[in-house]
Design a protein around this ligand. Structure first.
Ligand SMILES: [Fe+2]
Length: 177
């Protein structure tokens, strides 16, 4: 499975801290152990069940969020320098993990994918933090999982948390128009 995770997420290589990179990969591995979905399913299933006939796959959307967040963070660093410290490792790790809890939100009924009980009761921001904490992912990154979605509106987001929140919504909301 480790090799499959690295194949699914080539972007893991952008994380310079080896320990963090391994913990992020381990979180995805744990999520697959608990999920009805396989890595190949993620290339096929729609990224959201909230939009009818959504043609964009789960992985296409998740990769877009990681790329948009990483490029945005690098540009912000270029323009603001020391005036706005940004940890790029935290940005990439947080973006890769933001939706890991979604693997527990689905269940398969025949060939149909639908919301699981966990998905209805807990939502992926909560289950994602639980998975990441089990793998000893640091709090700065767990924070991003916790606040990337609307649940996080009640909290003060870190700079890295804000970048991923906006990268996620700017690549999601246009599909709802
Ligand atoms: Fe999400």
């Amino acid at each position: 499975m480790k090799r499959e995770i690295k194949k699914l997420w080539a972007e893991l290589d952008w994380i310079k801290d080896e320990d963090l990179r391994e913990k992020v990969a381990a979180t995805w591995e744990l999520a697959f152990e608990k999920s009805v979905l396989s890595p190949s399913d993620l290339e096929k299933i729609p990224f959201t069940l909230l939009i009818e006939n959504c043609k964009v796959s789960f992985m296409a959307h998740k990769r877009a969020v990681v790329h948009v967040a990483f490029e945005s963070a690098k540009l912000m660093k270029k323009f603001f320098g020391e005036n706005l410290p940004i940890d790029l490792d935290v940005v990439v790790a947080g973006a890769i993990l933001a939706d890991v809890g979604k693997l527990l939100e689905y269940e398969k009924v025949g060939s149909k994918i639908q919301f699981s009980k966990s998905g209805k009761l807990l939502r992926h921001a909560f289950t994602g933090v639980s998975l990441a904490q089990t793998c000893e992912v640091p709090d700065e990154v767990c924070h991003i999982i916790a606040v990337h979605s609307r649940e996080g509106d009640a909290f003060k987001r870190t700079t890295e948390g804000l970048i991923i929140h906006h990268a996620d919504f700017m690549t999601y909301l246009p599909f709802r128009n």
